[in-house]
Design a protein around this ligand. Structure first.
Ligand SMILES: Cc1cc2nc3c(=O)[nH]c(=O)nc-3n(C[C@H](O)[C@H](O)[C@H](O)COP(=O)(O)OP(=O)(O)OC[C@H]3O[C@@H](n4cnc5c(N)ncnc54)[C@H](O)[C@@H]3O)c2cc1C
Length: 480
């Protein structure tokens, strides 16, 4: 078949962290790989850009990277040799409360235990097995469903994690413990009554105590820059401005790996699919969205709670009940008055992101899927609530609502940053099969985006595991 693209053994559609991980895995096995990316820069949800003014570097999507930092696959690559440097903020995460109060997720578990007072011992008992064994845990949670490498640890994790967080927090007496765990579980972007929401909370909290919540010096795109150097060192190629709108545009190849959402796959390859496969892929559900706002500030955020001034990330949602209400509304299609807002203040710890004494601030609010309204003031109100005077520090802002996010990257269907709802039915059976999740319903084609296990986040595991499956099936190559 004639095509504009160079001939290769394998193609990857999409240069997100998973697409690049798939490409590196294949290139390191001696396979000739070409990655085709629709955008003018690679990186997918791991790009950094001067969104507002030259010299001010904003992470367009992902910003905080406990999973990238401790991903078994990324760790095996030694990306630091290709220029990646990690920055650890003084405190991984703070959850401010009204009245200048709050609770911090410290690097040292014991510091949070002390800060939690009467709930401290309980928190320690619940978290310690996972934070102490964080690296062991990553080998079991950043993979598809299967026999665990650490069965006892995973049994304990399952027992605790499968509970809805609304149930799990009942064992705490204090508003601080409930808020801290609720804010962590809110990363599931699910209603707090959903089974499995506690697992997200445990993973986020355990990673913070286990390895911190670091970010790459210079911007999230530095992770991608390092991956591309490694890929090119193994003769892999990335072609940008190369959107695939019809799969027939690709030259014949043994392997095609799709770092795309099932919806896009159906759009460009649907004419080769059986009606049943097409229907099953179209039935894949997408979750709630992000409403993203980036700021340039004249000075650091004037947080009322002192610890917040030392945190890389902040969870702004107030009490557990307020967050529960907000997440419920989001899932009912309503933009909450007081949304759950995530904030990252990278420039406090990384002056390469900004100019002079100005600061850059990254934030997003949870919003209904497909939301087209204006939630900027509600997001700013939540920051102002915990940092009186914040409004006066704003020099510029840049807004990307859910539908803009989808336009920017069609993997974020309706603004869903995980490319697929992460409730239990779709956590492992993602997007079609729980036993062979990376196999697309076309011979030689594989899925690798965050619409496959282990789901959302920058970790490269889906890409690596999809490439492993493809190499074994098509070339008989076994990758460890
Ligand atoms: C606002 C926001 C905040 C986030 N915060 C964090 C965070 O702090 N930490 C974290 O770990 N994760 C975070 N995430 C999630 C994280 O960014 C994603 O889970 C991750 O990027 C998924 O990687 P991926 O490779 O599967 O897909 P993506 O990164 O989405 O990459 C897919 C790539 O495929 C390209 N593509 C799509 N269709 C086509 C086509 N037809 N032809 C060619 N190319 C195509 C896209 O342009 C894109 O480059 C955030 C996401 C968003 C949007």
């Amino acid at each position: 078949m004639s095509s504009d693209y160079p001939k290769a053994d394998a193609y990857v559609i999409g240069a997100g962290p998973n697409g690049l991980a798939a490409a590196i895995t294949m290139a390191q096995s001696g396979i000739e790989v070409v990655v085709l990316e629709r955008n003018d820069t690679p990186g997918g949800g791991a790009r950094t850009a001067e969104l507002i003014r030259p010299g001010y570097r904003h992470d367009v999507c992902s910003a905080i990277h406990p999973t990238a930092y401790s991903s078994p696959y990324f760790m095996s690559l030694g990306l630091e040799k290709y220029g990646l440097e990690w920055i650890q903020p003084d405190i991984p995460c703070v959850h401010p409360l009204d009245g200048g109060d709050g609770i911090a997720l410290h690097r040292e578990l014991i510091d949070t235990v002390i800060a939690l007072g009467e709930d401290g011992r309980k928190y320690k008992r619940l978290l310690e097995p996972f934070s102490e064994n964080w690296y062991a845990l990553t080998h079991d949670i950043l993979t598809p469903l299967g026999w665990p490498k650490n069965p006892f640890l995973m049994a304990l994790f399952g027992l605790r994690g499968l509970q809805p967080v609304a149930q799990f927090v009942k064992q705490f007496a204090t508003a601080k413990a409930k808020a801290l765990v609720g804010g962590m579980a809110a990363h599931s972007i699910l209603p707090f009554e959903e089974p499995g929401t506690t697992a997200f909370g445990l993973v986020l909290a355990a990673s913070g105590h286990g390895v911190g919540w670091p970010f790459p010096k210079g911007g999230t795109d530095q992770l991608i820059a390092a991956m591309i150097k490694l890929l090119e060192a193994h003769n892999g190629k990335v072609i940008t401005n190369a959107e695939i709108t019809n799969i027939d545009a690709l030259p014949d190849a043994s392997i095609v790996i799709h770092d795309t959402a099932p919806r896009s796959f159906v759009q460009y390859a649907g004419h080769h699919l059986s009606p049943g496969s097409k229907r099953a892929l179209e039935a894949f559900e997408y979750g709630a969205a992000a409403y993203k706002v980036d700021f340039i500030l004249s000075e650091p955020v004037p947080w009322a709670y002192e610890e917040a001034k030392k945190a890389g990330t902040l969870h702004l949602g107030g009490t557990f009940e307020e967050m529960r209400q907000a997440e419920r509304e989001v899932h009912e299609g309503v933009m909450p008055e007081k949304p759950f807002v995530l904030v990252a203040q990278q420039s406090l710890f990384d002056r390469t992101r900004t100019q002079g004494t100005d600061e850059v601030l990254w934030s997003y609010a949870h919003a209904p899927n497909g939301f087209t309204g204006d939630a900027t003031e509600r997001l700013i109100d939540q920051i102002e609530r915990f940092a009186p005077g914040f409004r006066d520090t704003i020099l510029n802002k840049h807004v990307i609502g859910p539908m803009k996010l989808q336009e920017y990257n069609p993997n974020y269907v309706g603004g869903d940053i995980n490319s697929g709802k992460q409730h239990l039915p779709q956590l492992f059976k993602r997007p079609l099969s729980w036993s062979r999740p990376y196999q697309a319903p076309l011979d030689g084609h594989y899925f690798c985006s965050s619409s496959t296990p282990p789901g959302g986040g920058v970790h490269g595991m889906s890409g690596h595991l999809a490439a492993k499956a493809a190499l074994k099936q098509k070339f008989g190559i076994r990758v460890s």
